[in-house]
Every structure is written in C-alpha cells, then in structure tokens.
Write a protein that binds this ligand. Structure first.
Ligand code: AHM
Ligand code: MG
Length: 342
C-alpha cells in the first residue's frame, strides 16, 4: 500500500525484503544511482544557461557518434558514484568501448552486481531543450565474487536482470524502476531534492492508440513494418492511430506506458540491425514494459530471451502495449526472410 509522501529511499529499504537473504547490497546500489541521477538532473536543468554543457566535445563515442558534453558529464557522474560507493564489481556504459572492472585496491571487488548504463539517452535532444533520459540495467555476476569480472558477466540475456530503470528529465524529473515486482515511478521535488512515489504499480494499457517510429526512414523499413504502419493509419474501428515521436526512447516509452502505444525502431536497409543497443536500451526497457504488463520483441521473438554476443550489440525493437506488439509481430511474421537479414 503506497503511503503519502513515501520517498524513494524509504521505498528501496522497505522493499528490500522482496529478496530472500538480502544483504542490502542492491539497496545501496539503487541509492547510488538515485544520487547520481540528482547530480545529472541538476546539470541537465542548467542546459542553455551554462556555456560548456551543450554541444559536442569533438570526439566520437564507440558507436561513431558525436559525444555531447552532457553525455560525458552524465557518464562520468554515474561511473564515479558507482565506483566510489563500492556497490558494483563492474560497469558497462554505452559511452565506453570496454567494460570497467571495479577493484578494491588491487583486488577484484566482492560485490556481486554489474551495471549496464546508457547515461544520457537521446542526447541530441538536449541542445534544443527537449527531454532526455538515463537507462540502467543490473545483473548478478555469473563468475565468482572476488575474481576479476569478465565479459561473460555482462553478456547475459535480459531475462536474468535483477533490476532495471530509467530516468526521464522532462517537465519534472522521474525515476521509474523495477526489481521484478512491478513498476514504480518517483517524481523529484526539485526544491527538496527528494524523489517521492508518485506512480505506484504502473500498468501498460493492453491496447493503445499511439505509434512511435521515425517515419523518415520509411523507404528503408522491412515490408512487415510498412504494412503495419498502413494498418495503423487505416480508418477502421478505433484506427487511425495517432503518431507521436520525440526521438528520445525514454520519453516515447514513458508516454506510451502511461497512455497505451507502441514504440518501433526496426531494422532497415540503412540500419541492418536497427539502432538501439540490446544491453543498454532494449533489455532494461523491455523488463520494465513486461513488469507493467506490456511486451517487447525484435519483431519475431521476445527481446529478453536474446543471448547477447557483444557489449554494443544492436537489435530491432518493438515495445509497448501487449496487443499492439502482437499485431506488429503478426505483420512481421508474413515476411520470415526479413528475420534472417538482421
Ligand atoms: P542515443 O543513445 O545515441 O541517444 O540514441 C538513442 C536514441 C533513442 O533515444 C531514440 O529513440 C532514437 O535514438 C532516435 O533515433 P532517430 O533519430 O534515428 O529516430
Ligand atoms: Mg542511447
């Protein structure tokens, strides 16, 4: 039962008992993410005021994209908070080519958790004062605590996630997360610097009327996606659906979870594997979607059952209201050969 003015800190502690034999390690980890979020939020809120936080730093990240200064700041902030508080044994970030092992002096850290993070998603929106986000995913390491963390600890399917969440830096800043027991959303009171439980037990409507996709890429889409879009646009029953696309996954997903809708970033002739990263974007968002009663697919199968082969792997992403994703999958199933191409 949600209490009035329940803070995120209280909520984390009170729900620690969901995990048998809990030592409080996950709670400390979530608290470190909460702290880093507040620091990043403070900086995001000054975008436009402070000269040197907008624009490019002049370097490309591992994806070959221009790194924004806010990206770099957010990346450093999350990594520092996690390392200094000694709550993880390794971190992988969308902004870093390799994972970062966390050591305690010269020894491998005893913590059993690894974090994968997209520190500032949709950052090209920051220059124009449009919502950006942070996405994180937490796994238990598969190798022995106390030994050096390995790539294997990070390359786990989404169905092994212990927790996942996102932060949306919008009109207000919200942190939404799951530990596999439903989804809860917390809104930051900017004056007090405290997250309060504002959206307990979030639920994805089973059906929706919003579709979110970058239609500028239409000519490149697989035929199944083109057909599904025509279906969304057809005047029949509760259609046509409404098109809404911010170009910031966290915001598009957040809106669709509240109102009912589907987000699609498919493969395309210009993007053979789609754009979004399985480990930093798709898996955590998929975990939240499923925990709220929605679904996430690559067009053919469940996102969270994909066995990752690389840290920065990309996959097509169809995520949202369960019935909408199922409808989209039916259109995709008519062209099984497209499945082989990505
Ligand atoms: P980023 O991690 O480099 O910011 O890219 C991910 C973002 C998503 O937030 C968003 O949904 C998508 O890229 C938009 O891509 P596009 O501009 O191709 O529509
Ligand atoms: Mg991203």
């Amino acid at each position: 039962m949600a209490k009035t003015f329940q803070t995120l800190g209280e909520f984390i502690i009170e729900n620690q008992g969901d995990f048998q034999y809990s030592t409080g390690e996950l709670s400390r980890l979530l608290s470190s993410i909460r702290l880093a979020t507040k620091i990043v939020n403070h900086q995001v809120n000054k975008a436009g005021l402070v000269e040197d936080i907008l624009g490019d730093v002049g370097e490309d990240n591992v994806q070959g994209e221009a790194q924004k200064k806010l990206d770099v700041f957010a990346n450093e902030t999350f990594i520092k908070a996690l390392i200094q508080r000694e709550v993880v044994c390794g971190i992988a970030s969308e902004e870093n080519e390799y994972f970062i092992p966390v050591t305690n002096g010269s020894n491998a850290h005893l913590s059993k958790y690894v974090v994968l993070i997209d520190p500032l998603d949709g950052s090209s929106n920051a220059d124009v004062n449009v919502t950006v986000g942070t996405i994180f995913s937490i796994y238990r390491r598969v190798t022995e605590p106390g030994t050096p963390v390995t790539l294997e600890d990070f390359l786990q399917p989404g169905n092994k996630q212990v927790a996942a969440g996102y932060v949306v830096y919008g009109l207000s800043t919200m942190l939404v997360y799951t530990t596999g027991k439903g989804v809860n959303g917390f809104t930051l009171d900017p004056n007090l610097g405290i997250f309060y439980l504002s959206h307990p037990n979030m639920q994805f409507p089973e059906d929706g009327k919003i579709y979110s996709i970058n239609e500028g890429n239409y000519v490149h889409f697989p035929q199944g996606v083109k057909d599904y879009l025509k279906y969304c646009q057809k005047s029949e029953g509760d259609r046509p659906y409404t098109s809404r696309y911010i170009g910031s996954l966290v915001s598009d997903f957040h809106r669709n979870m509240l109102k009912g809708g589907i987000y699609i970033y498919p493969s395309g002739t210009n993007n053979p594997h789609g754009k979004l990263r399985l480990l930093y974007e798709c898996n955590p968002i998929a975990f939240i979607a499923e925990q709220a009663g929605g679904f996430a697919s690559d067009g053919y199968k469940r996102i969270m059952d994909i066995n990752p082969t690389e840290l920065h792997q990309r996959v097509p992403f169809f995520c949202g209201s369960k019935n909408m994703v199922k409808d989209a999958e039916e259109f995709m199933a008519k062209y099984p050969e497209d499945n082989k191409n990505y």
